[in-house]
Design a protein around this ligand. Structure first.
Ligand code: ADP
Length: 376
């Protein structure tokens, strides 16, 4: 089943660190402007300008095999930026966070320490039920490792851009190297690397995209392997600081050869009791509520089997409770007159909001994790 969740439109603007790339503008004027409170609408911070300069530089030095229009499209639609996600925003998942720090964040920040035997993996798979924080984790990795974040959903690659997809895949990898350190995050990777791929009657176009993706990914790994980079390698950017991070709700659909490329496979499970408690506390943290400690414990019990996104949906629905009984009267009421959120609101919402993963579905994840994964 596909996840029942809308994606936000990509925002153009990249997650990046102030850069020391050639051509980075930096002047006293920029600094003065940044400190001023009144900024014109078209104001660009020094970081924005530095980012633009990096993109321009990358676009001017694209390898010949890369299509410029495709590269432009990647920059506009795929390089995501928005509200940064940090480790602390994600409830629980301690083991997954630790694995990601070791596999990505530290190697990106201190490449000198992570060579030879400590060479980082080039790919990591996050798998588990929908809505458990896989996307949040990927975004946090990008933020915390100060990397450019390329987010692409595999189903959009195989449908929306059909025909252009191979060009886009090439452009994606080329830009990731040019704008390294970079994370290429592929959501729903199963639809790109599925084992249906081997069956006869597979769509020719999607087979080609899959092949191109695997080729680009191996090239990256080769370029990053522990040898002195050639001049050409250097020109194409820092392959050693590009990582493919992928997420899936259907890990069993990935074909075996592709699965093996993900040296690390991290299970992202449903939240345990203490994590649900922590998430509920965070969600209610800034709200006017009258949910007692005892009732919180009851809520934790009632949300057994809920994913992080189910819990968020539940809390949002419960928060509407105090307004629902008011009808139109809410238009005239002041903030103080609105009653606090109560346990009963949660009870009412629990009638509509049910866990998105069934017990049976969960067993399937547990079994796959046991056979192929690392525990989260
Ligand atoms: P996935 O990629 O695993 O399907 P997301 O990372 O997109 O799930 O999570 C969807 C939403 O659910 C998030 O935006 C957040 O509101 C909530 N959520 C899920 N997991 C967590 C978590 N561990 N901590 C806090 N919020 C979470």
């Amino acid at each position: 089943p596909k996840r029942p969740r809308g994606r936000q439109p990509p925002r153009v603007h990249a997650q990046h660190e102030p850069s020391s790339e050639p051509g980075t503008p930096s002047s006293e004027e920029d600094v003065a402007a940044a400190e001023s409170d009144e900024q014109p609408e078209d104001y660009e911070s020094p970081a924005d300008k530095a980012w633009k300069a990096r993109v321009d530089h990358a676009m001017r030095h694209l390898p010949r095999s890369v299509d410029e229009t495709a590269a432009r499209q990647i920059v506009n639609e795929i390089v995501i930026q928005g509200d940064d996600v940090r480790w602390d925003d994600i409830a629980g998942l301690t083991a997954a966070k630790a694995a990601l720090k070791e596999a990505v964040v530290y190697p990106f920040l201190r490449p000198d320490l992570f060579s030879g035997l400590r060479e980082p993996a080039r790919g990591m798979l996050l798998f588990g039920p929908p809505g458990t924080g896989k996307t949040m984790l990927a975004r946090a990795v990008a933020t915390e490792s100060r990397s450019t974040f390329f987010a692409i959903s595999a189903s959009s690659l195989t449908s929306k851009f059909l025909g252009e997809s191979e060009k886009l895949v090439r452009a994606l990898f080329a830009l990731a190297r040019a704008l390294a350190p970079a994370i290429i995050f592929v959501d729903e990777i199963d639809s790109l690397l599925s084992s249906r791929g081997n069956a006869a009657g597979e769509h020719e176009a999607s087979r080609r995209i899959k092949t191109e993706f695997l080729i680009q990914w191996s090239d990256l790994a080769k370029a990053a392997a522990g040898r002195e980079p050639t001049e050409r390698d250097k020109e194409r950017g820092d392959a050693s600081r590009v990582l493919v991070l992928a997420a899936t709700n259907m890990p069993w659909a990935i074909d075996e050869a592709a699965r093996r490329r993900f040296v690390r496979r991290q299970y992202i499970p449903l939240p345990e009791e203490d994590v649900r408690m922590q998430q509920l506390r965070t969600l209610l943290g800034h709200q006017k509520h009258e949910v007692s400690e005892e009732e919180m414990k009851e809520l934790v019990r009632l949300t057994d089997g809920f994913s992080g996104s189910d819990i968020t949906a539940l809390a949002k629905d419960a928060a509407m409770g105090p307004l629902r009984s008011l009808g139109e009267r809410l238009l005239e009421m002041s903030m103080d007159e609105i009653r606090p959120i109560r346990f009963e609101d949660f009870q009412a919402s629990l009638a509509n909001i049910r866990p998105s993963v069934s017990k049976q579905g969960l067993k399937q994840f547990e079994a796959w994790a046991k056979e192929f994964g690392e525990r989260g």
